[in-house]
Structures are given as structure tokens and as C-alpha cells.
Design a protein around this ligand. Structure first.
Ligand code: FES
Ligand SMILES: [Fe+2]
Length: 317
């Protein structure tokens, strides 16, 4: 496939998703890669297609001593540069194609071997230094194109329908929209109806969400967007990561950070928080995956200028 948004920095994984000495498959712009992390925290990525007879390297295993990945088919071993290890010797030429990575803290970025067009946003590193990392949530492949997936997170009306059952948002009011190139920011106030006792019990994180929720969403097109909110349990930052896997498949996952008011809240709310995000992503993906083919909208709603701005960035990339 042709690259979607060539030159964009893609946050293809967070260290916590990799494990240690375990192959992890990533698909980016139609190409599969095998990623792995050794016990010193070094991370490697190779084209997943074995140069011998095209078996998927990510189904193989890691040799700790030599930092190699072994192909599951005939057990040929490749190091992180793609060089073959045979009978205790390392070939000089790479056979398997490495993918160039930039690892910043726990974040694994790549330009997918394209010429960089924008810088890697500093924001994730900054958040990681200020907040407590809660975990990964909403990790899934959406059967939808990159633009539709990005746009749903720039859509300040879909809470009313798509997320109605979880957050019971009855009104959403945008108070600010500022933009500067690939960066844009929106402030909003969302008014919630009361959750039923059943909903509260099944998802205790709802107790922490105030009746009028003030939040800010900051976008670093097209790599990440961050939702900041002040909740009853303390400030919260939700880093939404997206990258194109195929023309009609988009990877999404979220890095959840919080500053808990007291240490005992984290173990109490962690699962419930991550579960709520899973539900949100599931609801978004249902909205994307069940839509009929695109037609120009015949009705316009307020606040759609954010979506239009995002779409313009995509089309003019
Ligand atoms: S296909 Fe990989 S070693 Fe043969
Ligand atoms: Fe959503």
C-alpha cells in the first residue's frame, strides 16, 4: 500500500506492551514488523518477513545471549540489524530489513523509513515525567480508515450518541478552539446526567467524574492527542495513540496517566479506569465500523469546525 501521511512520527508501541525477550508484531502502513526488547531495555525491529522462505519472524523466539530473533520455520537467527547468525558467526550484510526506531523514555517511535515531516511531539515525555502511569487501555485495531478514526476524536458532538450510555453526557459546550499548524487545542465543558446505581456499581470510576466535567483536548496531528481532565480523584491525562495499519485498518491504544490525590486511590480505580477507556474505544469503533459509505453531510452541527480543521490537515499533508 502507499504510505498514509508519509513522514509522520508514529508511536508504534509503549515499552509495557512488549514484555522482555518476546517477539511482538506491529503492522504499519501495510508492512508487518517483529519488535522485541532485551533485558537491558534495548529495542529492535525487523521486517517480519523471513528472507529465507517468508515465515513470520514474530512467531519465532528470542535468543537472550545473542540478542537475536529466531525464525519459527527453519530456525535461522537474525540480530537487530537483520544480520544472520550462523554457526557462531555473524554475517556482515543484513538479510532481514531493520526498521529505524527512536525510543524516548518508554515510547517507541518510527518514521517508517520516510523523511520526517514533523518532529516527534515532546508532550508524551513531559506527561510521563509529571504523572503516574496507570496503564494501557483501548488497544485495538479498528476496521476503519485513519481519517475516520482521527476525526471521531475531533468530533465534539458524538458524546451525545456514541458515548451516551457510559457518561450520560447531556450537554457539551466548547469554550475554546485554538490552532497552530499540526497542533490544535479544544476546551470543553460536559454536563452529565445522573448515572444509575447499577452503572455506578458496575463502573466505580464514574464516581470520580464530576457532574460538569471540564476538559482540554490537545492534538498533535497525526500522532497523538491528549485529553486532560480534573476528576474527583485528581488530574488525569489520556494519551490517545493512532497509526495506520492498512488502508482500512487503524490501530488505536491509549496511555493512561493520573496524579492521584492519595496513593490508595490508584489500586482502587486502576482497573475501573482502564475498563471505562476500553468501553469508550469500543463505542468509537462501533460508530466507525457501522457507518455507511461517505456522503457529504446535509446537516451541520455546532463545533464541527474542529473536525473540518483536522480533515484539512489530512488532505493537505
Ligand atoms: S523461513 Fe525463516 S528460516 Fe526458513
Ligand atoms: Fe469517542
Amino acid at each position: 500500500m502507499t504510505h498514509i501521511l508519509p513522514g509522520a512520527p508514529w508511536l508504534i508501541a509503549h515499552r509495557s506492551m512488549l514484555g522482555v525477550n518476546q517477539p511482538h508484531k506491529v503492522t504499519l502502513n501495510g508492512q508487518d514488523y517483529a519488535l522485541w526488547q532485551n533485558d537491558r531495555g534495548e529495542i529492535f525491529a525487523l521486517n517480519n518477513v523471513c528472507p529465507h522462505m517468508q515465515a513470520p519472524l514474530s512467531n519465532g523466539w528470542i535468543c537472550k545471549e545473542r540478542d537475536t530473533i529466531t525464525c519459527p520455520f527453519h530456525a535461522l537467527e537474525f540480530d537487530g540489524e537483520g544480520k544472520l547468525h550462523r554457526e557462531g558467526k555473524r554475517d556482515t550484510q543484513p538479510f532481514a530489513q531493520p526498521l529505524k526506531l527512536t525510543v524516548i523514555g518508554d515510547c517507541i517511535w518510527t518514521y517508517d523509513d520516510c523523511k520526517p515531516r514533523t518532529g516527534i511531539p515532546d508532550i508524551v515525555k513531559q506527561i510521563a515525567s509529571e504523572y503516574d502511569f496507570v496503564g494501557i487501555a483501548g488497544d485495538k485495531t479498528i476496521q476503519g480508515d485513519f481519517l475516520s478514526t482521527w476525526l471521531i476524536n475531533s468530533d465534539f458532538n458524538h458524546q451525545n450518541g456514541t458515548h451516551r450510555q457510559l457518561f450520560q453526557i447531556v450537554q457539551n459546550h466548547m469554550t475554546e478552539f485554538v490552532k497552530d499548524g499540526y497542533w490544535y487545542k479544544v476546551k470543553q465543558e460536559s454536563t452529565r446526567a445522573n448515572n444509575s446505581v447499577r452503572e455506578l456499581l458496575s463502573n466505580p470510576v464514574l464516581f470520580a467524574i464530576p457532574k460538569i466535567l471540564k476538559s482540554t483536548v490537545e492534538y498533535f496531528f497525526p500522532s497523538v492527542l491528549i485529553l486532560y481532565a480534573e476528576t474527583g480523584s485528581g488530574p488525569f491525562a489520556q494519551v490517545v495513540v493512532q497509526y495506520p495499519q492498512q488502508q482500512n485498518q487503524t490501530k488505536i491504544y491509549e496511555l493512561i496517566f493520573a496524579k492521584f490525590k492519595s496513593a490508595w486511590i490508584k489500586p482502587l480505580l486502576r482497573q475501573s479506569m482502564l475498563k471505562a477507556i476500553d468501553v469508550v474505544v469500543e463505542q468509537d469503533s462501533t460508530a466507525i465500523e457501522t457507518r455507511y459509505p461517505y456522503q457529504p453531510a446535509k446537516i451541520r452541527l455546532p463545533n464541527e469546525e474542529v473536525m473540518m480543521y483536522a480533515e484539512k490537515l489530512y488532505r493537505e499533508w
